[in-house]
Ligand binder design. Structure first.
Ligand code: NDP
Length: 338
């Protein structure tokens, strides 16, 4: 059983050498007498920015830290090889939190979703139809209170969450601008995901001026994925009664001392609502989300770009790459295709 082991707590940018791929042995069935367990063959693993937090032992985490010496864990798609749990049987496909390894024994599979729609790519359950997709859906529709015609800005817009937020906003009839960290990503935003405009924030010496150029009348909705200087500049460009969905702040995740926000005063006089949210609180909406999004996928109204790393050996680089913007689209790792 090949495994990706977490070596030790991390400070600063995570490195490939913070993880190690090893071989261990595992019995390919649920051990005799173990009730309510499933034995999974992992197919696709999701690389997600929140995993950086789990590489520390800070008290502020909302997920448990990884344990040095044990495999990492995260969202993934898997096939049930054996089950003593009444809700699962051999041959089922599921997605949920599994190990970064070829096979995982899950003793309390309470947080798995059984995959019902198999006529879409299975990899989508790491992204579009998995946790990031739910994040985009909940963050945009539930937190942003969007209305047709509003001006929407998305940062980290070509990523797992951002590319969907932009497409949801377009479906609703909003004006949507996205930013990303390379010209290739900017092209995707405009030509693949249908954003009205997009820019490479790394080539903008003055973010405030850039936002004024793209939003001469200001921003109604900011879907916040990066934080830091970007948030400072956005605050100067919000419209009255604007909303900011604080989904993530990836620019801060590798800093020992996160930066402060420099000017919150516009929040007062523009009456801006800033609301943080966690997708964990919205999974009850998953069936509603699928009902909406699956027909859109089939009709070609929603598209999704994935960045696929092959094999568990590629997993450490894939995870680390999220923090340098190496990934183009949703980063996932193929452990096995069947
Ligand atoms: P992405 O697929 O967007 O990958 C991360 C991207 O972030 C990189 O490709 C890079 O894109 C950008 N990035 C990395 N470092 C920086 C930096 N220092 N400054 C600016 N941008 C940077 O990730 P996801 O779509 O999975 O996640 C997007 C955000 O959503 C994250 O903040 C994540 O933590 C958050 N999130 C929150 C959830 C919740 O429940 N609240 C659930 C899931 C995700 P680029 O080249 O454009 O810089």
């Amino acid at each position: 059983n090949k495994q990706v082991i977490f070596k030790n707590y991390v400070s600063g940018l995570p490195k490939e050498s913070d993880m190690e791929v090893i071989e261990s042995s595992i019995q390919l069935k649920v051990p005799e007498g173990t009730k309510d367990a499933i034995l999974l063959k992992n197919l696709y693993l999701s690389c997600d920015p929140y995993m950086r937090g789990r590489m520390t032992n800070l008290e502020t985490l909302y997920m448990p830290s990884f344990e040095p010496g044990l495999p990492l864990s995260g969202f993934g798609v898997a096939k049930v090889l054996d089950s003593t749990h009444p809700d699962y049987e051999k041959g089922d496909f599921v997605w949920g939190i599994t190990g970064w390894e070829e096979y995982s024994l899950i003793t309390a599979p309470d947080h798995f979703f059984k995959i019902q729609h198999m006529d879409v790519p299975l990899t989508y359950y790491t992204g579009l139809l998995g946790m990031p997709g739910m994040t985009a859906y909940a963050g945009f529709y539930e937190v942003c209170s969007p209305k047709k015609g509003e001006y929407v800005y998305v940062s980290a817009a070509s990523g797992a969450v951002g590319q969907l937020v932009g497409q949801f906003a377009k479906l609703l009839g909003c004006y949507v601008v996205g930013s990303a960290g390379s010209n290739k990503k900017v092209e995707l935003l405009k030509n693949k995901f249908g954003f009205d405009a997009a820019f490479n924030y790394k080539e903008e010496p003055d973010l405030n001026a850039a936002l004024k150029r793209y939003f001469p009348e200001g921003i109604d909705i900011y879907f916040e994925n990066v934080g830091g200087k970007m948030l400072d500049s956005v605050l100067l460009n919000m419209r009255n009664h604007g909303r900011i969905a604080a989904c993530g702040m990836i620019s801060q995740y590798n800093l020992d001392h996160p930066e402060g926000v420099h000017n919150l005063v516009p929040v007062v006089f523009k009456r801006v609502r800033i609301e943080g949210f966690l997708v964990n609180d919205f999974f009850h909406l998953y069936p509603k989300f699928l009902e909406m999004v699956i027909p859109h996928i089939k009709e070609g109204k929603i598209t999704y770009v994935e960045d696929i790393a092959e094999g568990l050996e590629g997993a450490p680089a894939a995870l680390v790459g999220l923090f340098t913007g190496r990934n183009v689209g949703k980063q996932l790792v193929v452990v096995s295709r069947d």
